[in-house]
Design a binder for this molecule. Structure first.
Ligand SMILES: [Fe+2]
Length: 414
């Protein structure tokens, strides 16, 4: 039985417990620090997802509900201007108070109220759908908690390991091959069963020419060839904005690679670079430059979704507890790793689908207001909960962002 088939009450309990399990290996000090403005301290994630239920569910559903702490409304509001003012994002790491213990008590208190609410037989459909949104929101923060801790630990000269994972031997790389797709007038977007975010709607028709898509993501070994061939020194391979960033930041390789290029930092500590595993933690600019160097391009999100509809919704997700992308299996001829392992950059700008309507009120700020200057990624990663992902799922990041588990799959015109 998948998580999505459970009662809302059971889903609530499991998702909330999964967040605590991810935070379990962390010390109070680990949870408090913010390593960069893009990342948030684990303690802030733990509190913010809880604030979401207080602000958008308990306050709406329970008459006369009193907030656990009025000041938390300011501290743990992320970006909802309609709700009120908020603490500045780059200063989340300065919040030594409330303590981690107080945040855990906050979670427990809100869970008590939520569990009472979830027992109600007459729970309004409107409230149930906000709870479902809150659970999907919490799963997004579970992934962010991991990617933010990874970045924090990478800044520590001790290079601490978040977790242990058994070493897996990779016998080799699945040969890169391309599969052809006919294209035409096609439909993309969420088909209407189960939960989706508003940005996956409405399902609509769109035209795409015939194309070819690679059978698996690009590996470390292939990306190393690009690095060795001087990919980071050749301006002809880069978008103008990308070249500015590469030059300014002095990028020579993916963010977590050792300068020796034979090791990479991971959630399980520093480990030998596996040439057969998917390359990860690339910015859009790096993915795009590699694709150009390889005589290919990144897929559009329409192309990606058409192919993903034919793939099985399984993969290396966070429940595997590998904490890192794994090499493709050598045996299967079909498309591999469409889901899990690494998010795949597409060349599509994060824009509203035709007919998109954001929700009324503050929750309309969830996705719609970010639909500019970001690119879409598809498929989930080794840090994504399995029940969170689907073929129509649209993730989005700034093109220079590279602290997510982001990689690439090549496409070509037919
Ligand atoms: Fe959030």
């Amino acid at each position: 039985m998948t998580l999505n088939n459970l009662t809302l009450s059971n889903r609530y309990r499991l998702v909330r417990a999964a967040t605590l399990a991810l935070a379990e290996p962390l010390s109070a000090e680990d949870c408090a620090i913010q390593s960069m403005p893009d990342a948030s301290p684990a303690k802030w994630h733990l509190a913010h997802v809880t604030w979401f239920f207080e602000e958008f569910v308990l306050r709406q559903a329970l008459e006369g509900y009193r907030f656990h702490d009025e000041q938390f409304r300011y501290l743990f509001n992320s970006y909802y201007n309609a709700v009120g003012p908020m603490h500045a994002r780059p200063q989340r790491g300065l919040l030594s108070r409330p303590t981690l213990e107080q945040v855990m008590a906050y979670r427990a208190r809100v869970d008590e109220h939520m569990s009472e609410l979830l027992q109600r037989r007459d729970l309004e459909a409107r409230i149930s759908s906000i709870i479902a949104l809150g659970l999907n929101h919490e799963q997004q923060h579970q992934e962010l908690l991991l990617t933010d801790i990874k970045h924090l630990f990478s800044c520590n000269p001790l290079l601490p390991a978040y977790a242990r994972a058994p070493a897996v031997s990779s016998p080799g790389s699945l040969p890169l091959a391309f599969r052809s797709f006919a294209g035409g007038l096609v439909e993309i977007g969420h088909p209407g069963e189960g939960f989706s975010f508003d940005n996956e709607l409405p399902r609509h028709r769109t035209y795409t020419a015939a194309f070819r898509l690679a059978n698996r993501p690009i590996t470390n070994g292939e990306y190393l060839e690009f690095v060795r061939a001087g990919g980071y020194e050749n301006p002809l391979l880069w978008l103008s904005d990308g070249w500015v960033v590469v030059s300014r930041e002095g990028w020579k390789h993916p963010i977590y690679w050792a300068p020796s290029r034979d090791a990479e930092f991971s959630l399980t500590g520093l480990r030998a670079l596996n040439p057969h595993a998917p390359v990860c933690h690339l910015s859009y600019y790096e993915a795009d430059a590699f694709a150009r160097w390889a005589g290919a391009r990144l897929p559009s999100e329409t192309e990606w979704e058409l192919a993903a509809n034919e793939a099985s919704l399984s993969g290396n997700f966070v429940e595997n507890r590998r904490w890192h992308p794994q090499a493709a299996a050598l045996t299967e001829p079909a498309l591999q790793q469409m889901f899990g392992d690494v998010w795949e950059w597409t060349q599509s700008a994060y824009s509203p689908y035709p007919g998109f309507r954001a929700a009324e009120g503050a929750l309309g700020e969830y996705n719609g207001k970010f639909m500019v200057n970001q690119l879409v990624l598809r498929g989930g990663s080794c840090a994504t909960p399995a029940s969170h992902i689907r073929a129509s799922y649209r993730n989005f990041f700034n093109p220079a962002a590279r602290w997510q588990f982001s990689g690439l799959r090549l496409a070509q015109d037919l």
